[in-house]
Design a binder for this molecule. Sequence first.
Ligand code: SF4
Length: 249
Amino acid sequence: MVNGGSGTIFFSNCNLNCIYCQNYEISQLGNGKEISIQELANIFLEQQKNGAENINLVTPTMYVYQIIEAIKIAKNAGLTIPIIYNTNSYENIETIKLLKGYIDVYLPDFKYFDNELGEKYSNIKNYFDIASKSIYEMYLQVGLPQFNENGIITKGVIIRHLVLPNHIQNTKNILKWIKENLPSKTYISVMAQYFPTYKAKDNYLLNRKLTQEEYDEVLNFLYSLGLENGYFQELGTHEEEYVPNFNLK
Ligand code: SF4
């Protein structure tokens, strides 16, 4: 049941394998329910009927072809709310090009500046090379965010970044790359909700939450860069039960 807010749909089997995944039961263990393309279209329509302000597709990468078909069916049957593509950014440019005209909002998570971190923590070799190109393509496709009269995004890109403990330089490098490669009005959501879960509990660098000092360092850096639309969470308000859910306002 949705009344306002995002109609969020989680897809099973992520193309990354992050050791700190907060949704590992869905992303890694494949929990979920198999549905047809028609059923997916019906879910979109049901979300709209229940008052969702958008359809938020989370980790959709493995199902792009089926999602496009479902969007076509749902649009023919009256779907009008914006479609959001919520991705870890490890996407082929060709995949992003395929989505042109079907996706209104991209929410790319920009994880690592250093390819080695991607290999170490997400079991992927060339994360930055791929993600930086795909995010740029998303930006070319839908541009800076546009909002409706209620302040809810209807089009554009918001880049998300989860700050990892002991890896503040990685965050700074990501922010610096955004500053140097995208417009200064680019929207960035800096997330402080990290907590050790899944395999990260056994990792000596990732087995704790962020400290206030680390987070202050990130925020000071963000301000110093002159990026105009940086958003950040308060540190220390997130428990393990918290499911990340950017409200898109
Ligand atoms: S990209 Fe996100 S959903 Fe996929 S494994 Fe990493 S943290 Fe989990």
